[in-house]
Design a protein around this ligand. Structure first.
Ligand code: IVH
Length: 661
């Protein structure tokens, strides 16, 4: 028996998780655990319908508006699907359909359930005009400019289209992009994105579309609104494809339960190798007239059900928690597990990310833990099986000294990561830096993997990157199993790597916080390494995409004598970063002009708008005067607007500003 107090407590608990999920984009529990809680709540409400109140999570599970974008009402509400992890419940759904449609012969259509963010996209005369998030189902946020950055979204439809079209689908982040961003965040000591879905949700709500573009989001569609000429869901998808709209993977007509389960089984098998996350399949009544007849129940469409795949779970024990030292000195705790088979592979290690994460989950050596491996391949330790905790375990703490060099470990302000700051002397950092220098993101030297580098270091032939360029055939031939051909191959790849783009070379240097994007921006703005090294703090900060942290890291890096000498050694050894044509804003209409900003801008933060102006030779001032040239006006402008009008100053809307950029 549940008491009313327990019911209310459960509601509050779910709202708390909901908040972390949708607003902070940092989920505290897995989707599966969340669904279990929600199901429990639904069961209580079924038993005690009198308890249900408008604030119950069942009355609206959806996004909480970020307040950053204009809100737009949906002409047709965006509803949800009932979902289940149980085959039995799917079969109950099928029976329900037979009863309601008075026939046992119903054709279903099945699709992948994309694990992203629902979106409504509008076209007028075949041209993309608007994108709105689901929001609370009745109204959502206008994220048009952000969705416009998505490469797979056609801005113009193909073939013949109606003059007005609304289609619905899902914005998502591919597994590959997600992994890349997290790799970068990890190496830069930034917090990791929880999963691709939250990453996509977070990106969609960014204010600067240029930042959104960097998140390389994707989109796919599964429905169109107002489809009088079209008879079935299957045809609807075919039509979407004809217009050039991307559809998520495969879809199929199924006439029997057996066919449905076959589809589910096939998809679940394929799940790990799909380029995007799915969390199950959606089973829809195919006939659109039948769909209309069936209508809705509460916040769900009655004609469809989502059959979700649980992330595969396994239980194992933590043998040890080791600490890895990365190239930038970040220490990462790693769970060394009793090997266990889960979702198609044997897992023996899992990253625990950082000390806070270990503390939050209270993971200890000797614990029994649940490992989960979903579509995202990277296994994670979900939680400890506390009842099975052996006696005499101890809370885990980050070691006080670096396991590789013994230097005292520090945790810098505002960082989750602990670091070993012994940049020059730490052997682990040295090896990781060499690996990074030679690796794919850097000089891309073939035939030079970790094992070979380790031998070169152990033999004392290589301690810093420039040493690679003075390796001799005699030295290389001392490596294990290195015959003549192998020696020649390695030396040749090293030689070839000397010709390198400026941005790659800067990446290879491993300057803290300088990833590929920053390196490319710097290369495009400066053209040569000398010029990058000479940029002042002010000049750096005037570049859009470079913040104070990166600027400081660059200044520190180029002021360091040892770094300067190493760069010189590399250049002397023949490494030649190619000069790059400078992206110039010379003669730009902003040159020498003074700007004042007022009101809330939709697509820029104050900082990014200011950087864009300064990069183009303009100035930004805080108050309007006779010497102001332009007033950039956002929503709800303040008194600056009235003053500018009085003084006859040129008023720029955000659109005009963007086109002048
Ligand atoms: S049909 C307009 N089909 O799942 C029809 N939904 O609770 C809406 N989803 O957030 C539902 N893949 O965005 C449908 N193939 C698919 C889907 C799908 C993902 C999402 C949808 C919504 C949630 C349903």
């Amino acid at each position: 028996m549940t008491t009313y107090e327990e019911y209310k407590r459960l509601c509050e608990e779910i709202w708390e998780y909901n908040y972390h999920y949708y607003v902070e984009n940092v989920p505290q529990i897995s989707d599966y655990e969340f669904d279990v809680l929600l199901k429990a709540l639904e069961a209580i409400e079924k038993e005690h319908p009198g308890w249900i109140y408008p604030g119950s999570p069942t009355q609206r599970v959806g996004e909480i508006a970020s307040g950053r974008f204009p809100v737009i009402a949906h002409k047709v509400p965006m509803l949800s699907l009932a979902n289940t992890y149980s085959q039995e419940e799917v079969e109950e759904f099928l029976k329900r359909m037979e009863k309601l449609l008075h026939t046992p012969e119903i054709l279903y259509e099945t699709e992948l359930k994309m694990d992203g963010i629902a979106i409504s996209v509008h076209y007028e005369e075949g041209i993309f005009v608007r994108a709105v998030t689901r929001g609370n189902g009745e109204e959502g946020e206008d994220v048009t400019q952000n969705v416009r950055t998505i490469a797979s979204l056609p801005l113009q439809l193909r073939a013949s289209y109606p003059s007005k079209l609304e289609v619905r689908g899902e914005v998502y982040m591919s597994k590959e992009v997600f992994a890349k961003i997290n790799e970068k965040n990890q190496s830069e000591g930034k917090p990791l994105l929880a999963n691709p879905r939250n990453a996509a949700g977070g990106a969609l709500k960014l204010l600067n579309p240029q930042e959104v573009a960097k998140r390389a989001l994707s989109i796919s569609f599964y429905a169109m609104v107002d489809t009088d000429e079209i008879g079935s869901q299957y045809q609807a998808l075919k039509q979407l494809q004809k217009w050039g709209l991307p559809i998520a993977g495969e879809y199929r007509k199924c006439a029997t339960i057996a066919e449905l389960w076959k589809f589910a089984e096939e998809v679940e098998k394929k799940r790990p190798s799909l380029p995007f996350e799915i969390d199950g399949i959606v089973i829809k009544v195919d006939d659109l007239k039948d769909q209309k007849k069936l209508g809705v129940t509460g916040k769900n469409y009655r004609w469809a059900v989502a059959y979700k795949f649980a992330a595969e779970r396994a239980e194992t024990t933590i043998r040890e928690i080791t600490v890895q030292v990365g190239r930038t000195g970040v220490l990462t705790p790693v769970a060394e597990l009793e090997p266990v088979f889960v979702a198609g592979s044997t897992i023996s290690r899992a990253t625990l990310h950082n000390e806070d994460e270990v503390k939050r989950k209270d993971i200890r050596v000797g614990d029994f833990v649940f490992i989960e491996k979903g579509g995202d391949v990277i296994p994670k330790v979900v939680e400890v099986n506390f009842p099975k905790r052996p006696q005499e375990t101890h809370p885990w703490r980050m070691p006080e000294e670096c396991p590789a060099c013994g230097t005292k470990v520090v945790r810098l302000e505002n960082e989750v990561a602990h670091r070993c700051l012994n940049r020059e002397g730490c052997p682990a950092q040295g090896l990781k830096r060499l690996l990074f220098f030679a690796g794919k993101g850097g000089m891309d030297i073939d035939h030079l993997g970790e094992k070979i580098l380790l031998q070169l270091v152990e033999k004392g032939f290589v301690t810093r990157p420039s040493d690679l360029y003075s390796l001799t055939a005699e030295q290389v031939s001392q490596l294990k199993n290195f015959k003549e051909k192998a020696v020649q191959n390695l030396l040749e790849s090293i030689e070839v790597s000397k010709d390198v783009t400026l941005s790659r070379f800067m990446m290879a240097l491993g300057i803290p916080f300088v990833g590929s994007e920053t390196a490319e921006i710097l290369a495009a703005r400066s053209g040569t390494l000398e010029r990058v090294a000479q940029l002042s703090e002010e000049e750096l900060l005037a570049i859009d995409g470079i913040g104070p942290k990166v600027a400081e890291a660059l200044l520190t890096y180029f002021a360091d004598e040892e770094n300067k000498e190493e760069i010189l050694r590399l250049l002397k050894a023949g490494v030649t970063p190619r000069h790059q044509e400078i992206q110039s804003f010379e003669g730009h209409p902003f040159e020498g002009k003074t700007f004042v900003l007022t009101g809330a801008l939709q697509n820029y933060t104050r900082d990014s708008a200011s950087s864009l102006i300064k990069e183009r030779g303009g100035k930004v001032s805080s108050s309007v005067s006779k010497s102001t040239h332009y007033l950039l006006v956002g929503d709800n402008p303040g008194s600056k607007y009235d003053k500018a009008l009085k003084l006859g100053i040129h008023i720029l809307s955000e659109e005009e500003f963007a086109s002048l950029l």
